[in-house]
Write a protein that binds this ligand. Structure first.
Ligand code: 1CP
Length: 335
């Protein structure tokens, strides 16, 4: 039987599925409880039993239509031999790339390091399968990973420089292409029915660099996911033209941020659309939430639409507001 997301992308008259980026995370007390006891974030992602429990937490609470594996995009640089630490109130901190290590990484070692993630998907899939929910696996897009690997911390305060398209950059992009495909394939084999590609920093690039850093490397992954008969979702956050992205990359579903006008998306893009709602709305009143949710649902009423946010749930969000959001989306559909 089809999941709700599969029905939705095959038929625009189906009900609107809902899941949220960062649906498992710090806004949930049950997550904070586990996190407090597990200071090392990477090791928490690699603890299959806990990671599976965390993946299921938002499903138990809100009955979302899909689970996304509790993991992180930075596990790939970690498995490629570049150590990653999450410092409190600072975010990720990566050590300097060692090209000798990077060029020597073997597939078997990479898979061994990330095996707990694949086990998490397998275990969680069993818990979900009776419910016809999708199990979403994911990767960081090559550009976003390249940026973290070179910048060694978040580029969010604008603290990064544009890289020349030289031999070293090309070398990293080739390694990422090879190992992201290995990571995607292992997630699919373990039971992921959808792969989302997070390009959180696509919006930092000037138009002239998109072909080299975003379109070409992302299309290579999307084509690979298609070959594996699996659904791909792309989230090139804050990109200027989602239409150009879709024309160039051709994913199954496009996930949009909250800075883009949904009416323009509706009128220019024909593939299934996901997301858009500003996560900050969930910090406001129920009336504000209702108004914005209705805006997105009405805008995309005649399209194939998956409800989601325009970026991850904020840690300060009250879970009651998420409950309200889910109920609003479902009642709009008469569910
Ligand atoms: O307790 C904590 O502080 C941990 C917070 C946290 C969580 C819950 C991090 C650190 N990662 C995650 C899990 C995570 N990361 C998921 C799990 C599934 C879910 O959505 O519920 C996913 C899909 C990600 C993906 C991810 N990690 C992205 C892409 C999406 C996005 O938010 O833009 C990025 C950029 C990362 C890097 C990362 N990991 C964690 C943080 C705080 C960051 C961002 C750092 C920055 O701002 O640069």
């Amino acid at each position: 039987m089809n999941t709700l997301i599969q029905s939705c992308i095959n038929n625009k008259f189906s009900k609107t599925p809902i899941w949220l980026m960062r649906q498992a995370g710090r806004y949930l007390p049950e997550f904070r409880f586990i996190r407090k006891e597990n200071q090392d974030f990477i090791q928490l992602c690699l603890n299959t039993q806990l990671a599976s429990e965390i993946t299921i937490q938002p499903i138990t609470r809100f009955n979302f239509d899909a689970a996304i594996v509790f993991s992180d995009i930075l596990l790939v640089p970690y498995a490629l031999g570049q150590s990653v630490n999450f410092k409190k109130d600072f975010g990720p901190s990566l050590e300097k790339i060692d090209f000798k290590i990077l060029n020597d990484v073997k597939k078997e070692n990479f898979l061994k390091k990330l095996n707990p993630v694949y086990e998490t998907i397998k275990q969680t899939k069993t818990k979900l399968s009776s419910n016809n929910k999708d199990m979403i696996g994911f990767v960081g897009a090559p550009w976003t990973l390249l940026l973290y690997m070179l910048n060694r911390k978040s580029p969010k305060e604008g603290n990064f420089s544009v890289f020349p398209k030289d031999k070293n950059i090309n070398n990293i992009l080739m390694k990422l292409d090879e190992f992201l495909k290995i990571h995607i394939e292992a997630q699919i084999k373990s039971g992921a029915s959808i792969i989302q590609i997070f390009d959180s920093w696509a919006g930092l690039l000037p138009e002239k660099d998109l072909e080299y850093f975003v379109y070409k490397p992302t299309k290579s992954l999307v084509d690979f996911i298609k070959q594996k008969k699996t659904i791909s979702i792309c989230f090139p956050r804050n990109i200027n033209s989602y239409k150009k992205f879709v024309d160039n990359v051709n994913p199954d579903i496009i996930s949009i941020d909250y800075n883009v006008n949904p009416l323009i998306i509706r009128d220019t893009i024909d593939i299934p659309i996901q997301g858009g709602l500003d996560p900050k709305i969930l910090l406001q009143s129920k009336e504000a939430v209702k108004k914005e949710v209705t805006k997105y649902l009405k805008t995309f009423e005649k399209k194939r639409y998956i409800f989601n946010l325009g970026h991850g749930v904020l840690p300060e969000t009250n879970p009651d507001m998420v409950r309200y959001l889910v109920d609003e989306v479902r009642s709009f559909n008469g569910q």
